[in-house]
Design a protein around this ligand. Structure first.
Ligand code: ZN
Length: 580
């Protein structure tokens, strides 16, 4: 006889799929694989269970998170759970097997071993009594936590040189010189296209599978997922003649990379290092000059920096556990409504972030990761926050004035900064955004300059109904339009930077406000138009200066500390100047 169960299924290790990446394409491949495997598990569950309803996430969500919750009916839940687990393991193995193809012959046994040891699939189930759903949901969560922590996953003992992508498993494949501690059976991939493996890289079976994922998945997989340089240049390249760009790309055959749009990379040394055809160097320089001539005409910038953003809902655990609901007996219905509202949000994320604004890596419900072009960064994150669903309006009474909110971590990095490092930073600042206060609802932004200097600031999305991102955008624009020089920013830090306490605060805030007024007035660089009389100019100048003072003062008074405020101004200054 069939029984009803509440069932949670998870696939891990999540870190390996969405954190370990040397290139944007690795990150995309990892999150695609994870989502694909979750989909695969859901499909199998629907086939094998007597009945099945997916509660979380929305079934038709394009990028799925690493877990799902379902209410199912089955005769033997233990058998079903284990069969499902085996299906996912087998599917991963066949993706690796078919994707990497014949390249791996010679290390077949080690390859299979690494693949089989990789996935950590866990499931838990409890007999479902709908009226007890809220407590069951909490119990099941606790169960899952316990199972994950108790279970000992089989560890592979390997002692060779470690993979340059994950740093965990032995290198089975490499390109370039055979380096120290490399296993004897490791295979050279010198003759494979560079997109699978760069010079000097060494990869394990799992990481090479990510590189070959595009060969395995056909429809739906973005084989041309943009690199960091492509994101940085996206806004400007979009405004150039596509034929001009196509000719330049054609010169390099199948081995083109957007880094070749930067003049300083057209050197013999660089071409040798990254295996670009050195005999094409002169012709490349000639064609690139033609591109730069048009770029200059159109007054475009070739940015070297791009942004990674990580956006997610605040207090999701509390919302899901029903902590904010007045009547928790309706939790199951609330979950279903949350799921739908979050799926609409994911669609919005995909609609908001498209070429030339950037590219979504994943948008899986409350959790999104995307790469953005700097021209579009501030408006896009503002729009994302506005689009986040209001869980308090889903038809269930919410305790107090609780309202759903979301926070965002933003990292602006140079295209040459190791991608893994930038990714680590975005996770870090995302957490800092959530630490701003108990209400969260904030964003944290860090600029990692190529020189090694770092600037970081945390702000709420709004203060007194004013959008912080809009204020920053206006300041950036005023600096870009050369209405003001950046001397007020430099002078403020120079005057007060050394006088802050250990929390970055200044003892006499009104004094800073007075200085803001004086310094902004002094740094105004507006000049009188020919058609303008003296009075009209004085009036226009005063308006512009007053507006700027009001914006900057707003940011200061709402900032958590003077240090945070100075950093925010530095970031605005950076955004206004970042050029080629
Ligand atoms: Zn690896």
């Amino acid at each position: 006889m069939s029984h009803k169960y509440l069932f949670i299924f998870t696939i891990g290790p999540v870190q390996s799929f969405i954190a370990q990446a040397r290139k944007t394409q690795d990150l995309y491949a990892g999150s695609y694989l994870l989502s694909y495997l979750t989909d695969h598990a859901i499909d199998k569950l629907k086939l094998k269970a007597t009945s099945c309803e997916i509660i979380f996430p929305y079934e038709h969500l394009k990028s799925k998170p690493s877990r799902f919750t379902a209410s199912i009916e089955t005769e033997d839940v233990k058998r079903l759970g284990n069969e499902l687990k085996q299906c996912v393991m087998d599917e991963f193995e066949s993706i690796a097997d078919a994707g990497v193809g014949i390249v791996k012959r010679g290390v077949l046994t080690s390859f299979k071993q690494q693949i089989r040891n990789h996935l950590q699939v866990t499931w838990v189930a409890l007999p479902l009594e709908e009226e007890k759903y809220p407590t069951m949901y909490r119990d099941l969560e606790a169960n899952l936590y316990a199972v994950k922590n108790v279970r000992k996953f089989e560890q592979l003992v390997e002692s060779g040189r470690k993979c340059s992508l994950c740093g965990e498993r032995d290198v089975l494949f490499y390109r370039g010189m055979k380096r120290a501690f490399l296993r004897n059976d490791a295979i050279s991939l010198n003759h494979q296209p560079l997109r699978y493996m760069g010079n000097g890289e060494g990869l394990c079976a799992v990481c090479l599978t990510k590189r070959y994922a595009g060969d395995y998945f056909h429809s739906g997989y973005e084989r041309d997922f943009p690199s960091t340089a492509a994101i940085a240049l996206m806004g400007s390249l979009d405004k150039l003649d596509p034929n001009l760009l196509a000719d330049y790309k054609f010169l390099f055959g199948g081995n083109f990379d957007d880094v070749l749009y930067y003049k300083d990379n057209l050197t013999l040394e660089y071409f040798k290092k990254y295996s670009f055809p050195t005999e094409k160097l002169d012709e490349a320089a000639r064609q690139l000059s033609a591109i730069y001539a048009v770029k200059k005409q159109k007054n475009l910038r070739f940015y070297k920096y791009y942004a990674i953003i990580m956006f997610d809902g605040d207090n999701m655990g509390n919302w899901l556990s029903g902590k904010y609901l007045k009547d928790t007996t309706q939790l199951m219905d609330f979950h279903k409504k949350m799921t739908v509202s979050l799926s609409y949000f994911s669609d919005n994320v995909r609609n908001l972030i498209n070429k030339p604004k950037g590219r979504v890596v994943y948008a899986g419900g409350d959790d999104s990761l995307a790469l953005l072009n700097l021209d579009h960064l501030l408006p896009v994150i503002h729009d994302l926050r506005c689009a986040f669903p209001h869980f308090e309006t889903l038809g269930h009474d919410v305790a107090g004035n609780m309202a759903s909110s979301a926070s965002c971590g933003i990292v602006i990095a140079h295209y040459k900064t190791p991608f893994a490092e930038a990714l680590e930073w975005v996770r870090m600042v995302e957490e800092e955004a959530k630490e701003i206060d108990a209400q969260k609802d904030a964003f944290a932004i860090a600029v990692l300059k190529h020189s090694g200097e770092i600037r970081k600031a945390v702000m709420k999305w709004t203060y007194n109904d004013k959008s912080t991102t809009a204020l920053i955008e206006e300041i950036v624009k005023a600096l870009k339009d050369e209405e003001f020089s950046n001397t007020f920013i430099k002078s403020l830090r120079a005057e007060f930077g050394g006088l802050l306490d250990e929390k970055g605060k200044y003892g006499d805030p009104p004094l800073i406000v007075t200085e803001i007024r004086r310094l902004i007035d002094r740094s105004c660089t507006m000049t009188r138009n020919e058609s303008e009389d003296k009075e009209a100019f004085a009036w226009r100048r005063k308006q512009t200066v007053d507006d700027m003072i009001s914006r900057v003062t707003s940011l200061y008074t709402s900032s958590t500390s003077a240090e945070n405020f100075f950093s925010l101004l530095d970031i605005a200054d950076f955004l206004s100047r970042e050029a080629d």
